[in-house]
Design a protein around this ligand. Structure first.
Ligand SMILES: NC(=O)c1ccc[n+]([C@@H]2O[C@H](COP(=O)([O-])OP(=O)(O)OC[C@H]3O[C@@H](n4cnc5c(N)ncnc54)[C@H](O)[C@@H]3O)[C@@H](O)[C@H]2O)c1
Length: 387
């Protein structure tokens, strides 16, 4: 079977390509080698020679026509990510490209019998919480409070360092719960573009009989996550800072909870839903069993790198960020998948890969300056004037 992997020169795409080749699939990659992820319009060394490489833009119909010729399954991983305010680029790259993919498959009656789209945990927005005041709970004394899906935090809260979410009904603090696939609440441009991508893919897939699967990845980590893109990616940013003698910088108060999954576990999840028809027309979380606060994570990276530098908490926050988010992976585990790589192994793999790269610079100050200039990174009231 011939499989097309868009974004196959990127981080998750390239590991997916490796696994597909190892399993005997023929693989074509469609990738625009887009900066800042790529420094040049030449495929990275890790893209295997036997891959048929199409350099092109997923926003372009003719490119899809060329790339889809002779293809039976597609992983659509190419995407625009991060927190910059060029809102329309998210929609064009992530959502419109997905509509184009189905448009070409359907118009040309191509024999594509599986499409897997890479979505994100970001579609949950602030995610799922339980009210600590037990509001809405069973009046007969049930132990737990009501489940809430809070709206995005407001600027006035963030500037005053009111990080934690309160119950929209009674105002009490809430406890984060793992988000399952049922409720979504996207509220930044990336999340909206990813949820739109899911809806386009699932509805067109169903209507025209193209089995489709949406995978919502948590924070994915491992070798080849380009350090040139320092706009997001906790492990790459902390690693490049530490390896250059700089402290990792935690936004808010560093107590944000996240879950982390190895790229190798993600590649296995991709292969599973390609091969298992039970996944068709489904949406699945692909997350880790590892949960840590950002501050704990920064300390773990420093420890594994053997560098004694304490993380900094300089009173900054990122517009569009969520407070706590962790995914419930029960649904995909029911199909036989489970994340197996330990957090220590994930971090060690990335540090050792970064150390082996000839041109590892600390790109984070440049990214931070840009994000501050466009208003994505802001100071809290207590630290205004600190620059
Ligand atoms: N890395 C994560 O933690 C994470 C988490 C959730 C979801 N995802 C999703 O997984 C997918 C892969 O992410 P990644 O981390 O491997 O990203 P990446 O940036 O490493 O790779 C993306 C690839 O897409 C290519 N690309 C970007 N725009 C393109 C365009 N217009 N035309 C053609 N190619 C283009 C880039 O050149 C790059 O090689 C994305 O869809 C992303 O939204 C990633």
């Amino acid at each position: 079977m011939r499989v097309l992997v868009t974004g196959g020169a990127g981080f998750i795409g390239s590991h997916t390509v490796d696994l597909l080749l190892a399993k005997g699939y023929g693989v074509r990659v469609l990738d625009g080698l887009v900066p800042p992820v790529h420094a040049a319009k030449i495929p990275p060394e890790y893209v295997p020679r036997q891959v048929d490489f199409v350099c092109g833009d997923v926003r372009d119909r003719a490119t899809w026509q060329r790339a889809l010729s002779g293809i039976e399954a597609v992983f659509h991983l190419a995407a625009y990510q991060d927190y910059l305010p060029d809102f329309s680029t998210f929609i064009h790259t992530n959502s419109v490209s997905t509509a184009l993919l189905y448009e070409v498959v359907i118009a040309e009656r191509l024999p594509v019998h599986k499409v897997v789209v890479a979505s994100s945990q970001a579609v949950y927005g602030e995610g799922k919480y339980r009210c600590r005041a037990k509001c809405g709970a069973d009046p007969n004394g049930a132990l737990s409070g009501a489940i809430r899906f809070p709206p995005m935090r407001e600027e006035r809260q963030l500037i005053q360092c009111e990080w934690e979410l309160k119950c929209p009904e009674c105002g009490a603090f809430m406890t984060p719960e793992a988000s399952d696939e049922a409720g979504v609440n996207p509220h930044n441009s990336y999340a909206i573009s990813k949820y739109a991508q899911e809806m386009i893919a699932l509805s067109l897939g169903r209507r025209y009989g193209v089995p489709t699967v949406c995978l919502r990845y948590s924070i994915v980590q491992g070798a080849r996550q380009s350090f040139r893109n320092a706009y997001s990616g906790i492990l790459r940013i902390f690693t490049q800072r530490l390896l250059h003698g700089n402290a990792p910088v935690c936004f808010e108060d560093g107590q944000q909870l996240r879950d982390y999954v190895s790229v190798h576990d993600v590649a296995r999840a991709n292969a599973l839903v390609l091969e298992d028809d039970r996944a068709d027309f489904g949406t699945f979380n692909v997350g880790g069993s590892h949960r840590k606060t950002v501050l704990e994570y920064a300390r773990l990276v420093a420890k594994r790198a053997g560098i004694e530098i304490e993380p900094e908490i300089p009173g900054l926050y990122r517009v569009g960020d969520v407070r706590h988010i962790v995914s419930d992976i029960t649904k995909l585990c029911a199909l036989g998948w489970t994340p197996v790589v330990s957090l220590e192994d994930i971090v060690d793999e990335y540090i050792s890969w970064a150390r082996s790269e000839r041109d590892l610079h600390d790109y984070s100050p440049q990214a931070e300056t840009h994000m501050r200039a466009v208003g994505t990174i802001r100071r809290t009231a207590s630290r205004l004037g600190a620059d």
